[in-house]
Each structure stands twice: as C-alpha cells, then as structure tokens.
Design a protein around this ligand. Structure first.
Ligand SMILES: Nc1ncnc2c1ncn2[C@@H]1O[C@H](COP(=O)(O)OP(=O)(O)OP(=O)(O)O)[C@@H](O)[C@H]1O
Ligand SMILES: [Mg+2]
Length: 482
C-alpha cells in the first residue's frame, strides 16, 4: 500500500500541513489567551483603583455596611463585576452581592492581604459556585499613607474564554479546509509527477519483454521530462543496435553460405564422380580458394569486434616511420602487378599516440583496394599532409573508380560495388568498414576525396594531432641521447 509515491507524498504533505497548523494554532491561541487575560486584568485593576478612590471618602466618614453595600452594588452594575469592600481588619464591610454575600465575615485571602499592605493582588480561579473561571483583583483604599481597607473585585472570564473557543473552532475548521484543499492539490500534483514514471515503467517493461519500439511522450522540461527524453534516446539506440545486429548476423550468414556452398559442391563432386587427376586438382584448388576466403572473412570479423584490446596497445609513434614501413611492405606486391607506387611524405610529420597495428591496418586496407582495383600499367600514390590540428593522408589510384551512387554505402559492412568482381578478387566487403571504425575511434574521419569512373579514385583519412605528444616525444629523445 505504501509502495506508491503518490500515497506517500499525499500522506507526508497532509501530515506536514496538520503539524504546521497545529503548532501555529497552539502558539496563536496561547498568545491570544495571554493578551486577553492581561487586558482584562489591567481593566479590572484600573476600575478597582477608581472604585477605591470613590469609596475612600465613604470609609473615611465611617459609612455603615448598608450604605457601603449600596455603593458596592452600584459599581457592580456599572462594571459588571462583584465588588467587596474590606476593612483594615479584613472584615467585609460592604458586598455587592446582597443575598448569600460575605458581609460581616473575615476575608483571609492573599490578594486582600497584598492590597492591605499597599500593593495590588491578582488571581484567576475556578468558581464552583458560578461554574466558571473568574478574575480577582484587590486594590488598597488609602488616605495619604493610612490604609482605610481594600476593594476586592471579581469578574467573570466567560467572555474571554468564549472568544478563545471561537478562535479555536475557527482554527480547527480552517485547518480541515486547508488539509482538504492541500490534499486535493497534492493528489493532483502527485498524479502529474508519477504518471510519466508509470509510463516509463511500462515502456521499460515492454522493452524487457523484447518490444523495442518504445517512445514515451515528453510533457515537461524538468527532471522527469529529461529522464523521459533520455529513455527515448536509449530506446531508439537499443532498437537501432538490435537492427544493426540482426542485419550484421544476416550479412555474415550470407557471406559464409556462399563459400561453404562452393566447398560443399566441390566435395560432393569429388565424392560422387569419377574424376581424372586434373579435374580433382581443380576442385581441390577451388576448395582451397574458398577456404582461404572463409579465413579472411573470419579474420576481418574478428578485427571488427576486438576494439578495446587494440586501443590498449597505444604508444607514441612517428607517423613517418610507419608510413615508410608500409610502403616497403607494399612495394613488392605493387611491382608484381605491374603498377607504380609513388609517395609524398613531408619530413616534419608529427608523432601520434596510436596503436601501430591499427594504423597499419588502415594503410594496408586502402592500399590493398588501390592495388586490387587498378589494372596493370596504372599507378598509386600515398601522400601525407600537415593540416592545422590534424594530418591528412590520401591514397590515390588510377583504377576503375567508383560510381557516384555507391559512395554513401562504401563504408558499410559487406558493401561491394561489384559483388562478383570483388569476390573474385578475394574481397569480403569489410576492409573499408574496418578503416572507418578505427579512424573514428581515434577522432578522425575517412571518405572519398574524388573519384571518376574508369579513371581512378582518391581516398583520404584524417587523424587529430595532439601537440603535447610531440613535445613529450622530443623530451623523451633528449633523455635517450643523454
Ligand atoms: N580504390 C578503389 N577503387 C575502386 N573501387 C573501390 C576502391 N576501394 C574500394 N572500392 C569498392 O568499395 C568496395 C568496398 O571496399 P572494401 O575494402 O570494404 O571491401 P573489399 O575490398 O571488397 O573487401 P576486403 O577489403 O574486405 O577484402 C569494394 O568492394 C569496391 O567495390
Ligand atoms: Mg578492401
């Protein structure tokens, strides 16, 4: 039950509102009570003093109990309080309450004692007789320094407590109204907040069940909106990766099937027909050729999948040294095919932090294509050029060229312009895809600079240059020289 954010939020907010209203209400009520009681006390004390001044003349003239009680009664009616007049010996000499009054009795009360000593006595008491709280004030009646007695006033606090009860009721009602109002708001807010989370959960569940085509609406720019946005990006990426994987597996199966089918046919022929030695040799050569293609294919596939391992083999290398090594290794094959190889390598090529295996793989793949697709008598050229923050390497040939419409697909896995021809030449269509993967891993780019059908093509790739690597290499060499 408490597993829902909406419920937890609602309860938390309601509790918070209740606690805040309760504490505020209690403090407010307490302050109000103090304020009302203090004002009532001050009022009664002021009235007591006026009464005492008036009564002083009667006491001085020795008025009797009946007169004093009449005076007390008159005051009592005006100020709405019981008025008792006490002699210096604490005897009640006048009481506004005629029936059941205290006339003639002794008043042994602390407030009276304080008034007879010249001070003002105050107290709040619960009166069982009138079943209410009463405020009592005693003030001295004096003539000069001589005490003539005291006036004791007792006033009901009912109006004060009635007001406080009304305020308390108002606070309770307003708390309830605030809680209902806030509760509705919180429920709406929580709904607004949790609805996208619900949608996200359902979409994630669907993805887990294999339904990768998920997209949830983005209704806000807040954290939840951003989460939904990231989810959509992730879902699109997963879907794309899945599609690529499916396509890749399909392509691989297709590529494997052709040589395997050829091998199968050759083996069946060898098994089922009586063949002479030359025919047998031809079939075995075919099997050998197809097996070799399978080996190349598997090697290329492995190359495409082992990214991280190669990245770990990075070191600081001189690009010029690598280029010269590649040229030396390529030259015999170029000459065998009757081609010419040119190069244009500046002396100030920078050092790079790169894996030599990676770099050579790109060079070999581009040169391999140039050799493969250039007929005897043609030439190829490997050039390097320093550019701001990067170097650009180009491989130019005078081969068959590439049709314009094929250029966008050249770097896709297994893409070949002329499938039959490439296959005949031993190509699997993975060479350029591998180059792209490597170059982009180092932050560079690769593409076709120019191509003309029947006249040749120029491929290029760039690699970013980090000047700090160059500096580091120079420092290292200085250390070695020492
Ligand atoms: N220099 C080039 N001249 C003409 N066509 C080219 C050239 N380089 C690549 N191509 C075309 O691009 C296609 C893809 O090249 P890629 O290197 O990826 O595959 P491949 O050479 O056929 O096989 P692999 O490199 O895997 O042995 C080739 O099949 C070819 O049709
Ligand atoms: Mg190739």
């Amino acid at each position: 039950m408490f597993n829902s954010i909406r419920l937890r939020m609602t309860i938390t907010y309601l509790l918070l509102i209740a606690v805040v209203m309760l504490v505020t209400g209690l403090i407010l009520l307490n302050m109000l009570e103090k304020y009302y009681l203090t004002s009532a006390e001050e009022n009664l004390e002021r009235t007591g003093k006026l009464t005492a001044e008036f009564i002083a003349s009667y006491l001085r003239e020795g008025a009797d109990a009946v007169l004093l009680s009449n005076v007390a009664e008159n005051f009592s009616r005006q100020i709405n309080a019981r008025v008792i007049i006490v002699s210096p010996q604490k005897t009640v000499v006048g009481d506004s309450l005629r029936v059941g009054g205290l006339l003639g009795t002794k008043m042994e009360r602390e407030e009276v004692q304080e008034a007879l000593e010249g001070g003002t006595g105050r107290s709040i008491q619960y009166s069982r007789l009138s079943d209410q709280w009463v405020l009592q004030v005693s003030v001295p009646v004096e003539k000069g320094d001589t005490s003539l007695g005291a006036v004791f006033l007792s006033s009901s606090l009912k109006p004060v407590y009635q007001t406080l009860t009304a305020v308390r009721r108002f606070l309770i009602v307003s708390t309830l109204v605030a809680m209902i109002f806030a509760g509705c708001l919180v429920v709406l807010f929580a709904h607004h907040l949790t609805e996208p989370i619900k949608e996200l959960t359902i979409a994630a569940q669907q993805m887990a069940e294999g339904k990768l085509d998920q997209k949830i609406p983005i209704n806000s720019a807040d954290e939840i909106g951003r989460l939904a946005q990231q989810f959509n990006i992730m879902a699109a990426r997963v879907k794309e990766m899945n599609q690529r994987l499916t396509r890749f597996v399909g392509d691989v199966s297709h590529e494997l099937r052709t040589p395997l089918a050829s091998i199968h046919i050759c083996l069946q022929s060898l098994q089922n027909y009586e063949l002479n030695a030359d025919e047998q040799k031809d079939f075995i050569e075919d099997i050998n050729h197809e097996t070799q293609r399978l080996i190349y294919l598997v090697e290329d596939l492995l190359e495409l999948t082992r990214r991280q391992e190669v990245a770990d083999k990075r070191e600081i290398l001189s690009l010029k040294v690598i280029l010269e090594e590649v040229l030396d290794l390529t030259r015999p094959r170029v000459e065998r095919k009757g081609l010419k190889l040119f190069s244009e390598i500046p002396g100030d090529l920078p050092c790079m932090y790169i894996s030599s295996e990676d770099l050579k793989r790109v060079f070999f793949n581009l040169l391999d294509n140039a050799i493969k697709y250039t007929p005897t008598g043609g030439w190829l050229k490997l050039s390097a050029e320093n550019k701001p923050d990067q170097i650009m390497i180009t491989v130019q040939d005078t081969g068959c060229g590439i049709p314009e419409e094929a250029i966008p697909y050249l770097f896709e896995r297994f893409y070949r312009v002329d499938k039959a021809r490439s296959r005949y030449l031993g190509g699997t269509g993975l060479g350029l895809a591998i180059c792209k993967e490597i170059v982009e891993r180092y932050g560079g780019s690769i593409g076709v600079l120019e191509t003309r059908e029947g006249l040749g093509s120029t491929f290029f790739f760039t690699l970013p240059v980090d000047p700090s690597i160059q500096y580091y290499k120079e420092e290292l060499e200085k250390v070695k020289e020492c």
